[in-house]
Design a protein around this ligand. Structure first.
Ligand SMILES: Cc1cc2nc3c(=O)[nH]c(=O)nc-3n(C[C@H](O)[C@H](O)[C@H](O)COP(=O)(O)OP(=O)(O)OC[C@H]3O[C@@H](n4cnc5c(N)ncnc54)[C@H](O)[C@@H]3O)c2cc1C
Length: 264
């Protein structure tokens, strides 16, 4: 029980984390943001055999799931999204025309599904910029959360065949391209979210999942923020379905790389 020294603990963490980090440097799809849409996308894409890395700037993955509404940790979903909850083993109860589930259970289950499917999740890792070569996304520039903001430290680069902006309201990757005039709208601000219309917003985040720029997909609230969809408040069916949709669409154009052609 006590046959170890404190430094053994540090060494174990460093060795295991280094192996994970090096593996994460090259992937098929890098997902920025571990909210509901990013985690479902990670789970589904990893399950399809692609190498998936998720970067999350906070300590805890889960994004907006944890807080429900006003910090009341229950999430609301529509019947169309129950299949995803069932597959993840998340229990739910009917509530009028909608359903509720425990926010803690949903966030934990989605993390576990993504990890067990093979996705690598790195927390405290903040995407700062994108790599673009020959008019296509080739990676993400990232730094440890807080480090990049407070000190002039050079970031690290993760390369990937495609990236997914799952950063929610911030639409971080879309904004990186927009401020350089690389999106088709040219220079200027992204449209941002429209006023609240929950049913329309929920449909919007699923229907408008798109490859915004060659190799860059959006999912979840970043779809609304980058394309002007209505906001919808604390209802999560659309986010889950948007994650499943982006996985389906991006996997279709990113067939599993042959072992020999993987960028190792
Ligand atoms: C503070 C707050 C405000 C909300 N406001 C609204 C609202 O106005 N309208 C609405 O419809 N719903 C709102 N919600 C409800 C709900 O949380 C979101 O609709 C839902 O969580 C969005 O899911 P998502 O997967 O798109 O992104 P989120 O759940 O927001 O997850 C995005 C994740 O990306 C991470 N991230 C962001 N930037 C970076 C980066 N640079 N690098 C790495 N990771 C990054 C975040 O830390 C977060 O974990 C809000 C939730 C919260 C917590």
């Amino acid at each position: 029980m006590n046959s170890f020294e404190e430094t053994d603990v540090s060494q174990a963490i460093l060795e295991a984390y280094q192996a994970k980090f090096v593996e994460a440097l090259r992937s098929d799809v890098i997902i920025v943001g571990a909210g509901p849409s990013g985690l479902v996308a990670a789970w589904r894409l990893a399950e399809s055999g692609l190498r998936i890395v998720v970067l999350e700037k906070r300590l805890s993955p889960g994004g907006g799931i944890w807080g429900g509404s006003l910090g009341m940790n229950e999430v609301v979903v529509q019947k169309e999204a129950l299949g995803i909850l069932d597959e993840a083993g998340v229990r739910h109860q009917p509530s009028g025309r909608l359903f509720t589930a425990d926010a803690m259970e949903l966030a934990s289950a989605l993390c576990l599904k993504a990890l067990h499917a093979g996705a690598v999740l790195l927390n405290l890792m903040m995407a700062e910029d994108v790599c673009v070569r020959s008019g296509r996304m080739t990676g993400i520039v990232a730094n440890r959360s807080m480090l990049g903001e407070s000190l002039p430290i050079d970031p690290i680069v993760f390369s990937a065949r495609a990236a997914i902006d799952a950063t929610g309201h911030e639409a971080v990757l879309a904004n990186c391209l927009q401020r350089r005039g690389l999106l088709k709208e040219g220079l200027g601000r992204l449209p941002g979210e429209g006023p609240m219309d929950a049913p329309a917003g929920e449909q919007f985040v699923v229907d408008h999942v798109a490859e915004l720029f060659p190799g860059l997909w959006t999912t979840g609230m970043s779809v609304c923020a980058s394309q002007g969809g209505p906001r919808m408040g604390p209802i999560f069916g659309g986010m889950l379905m948007s994650g499943a949709r982006v996985a389906e669409q991006s996997a279709r154009v990113l067939p599993k790389a042959e072992e020999g052609s993987r960028p190792d």
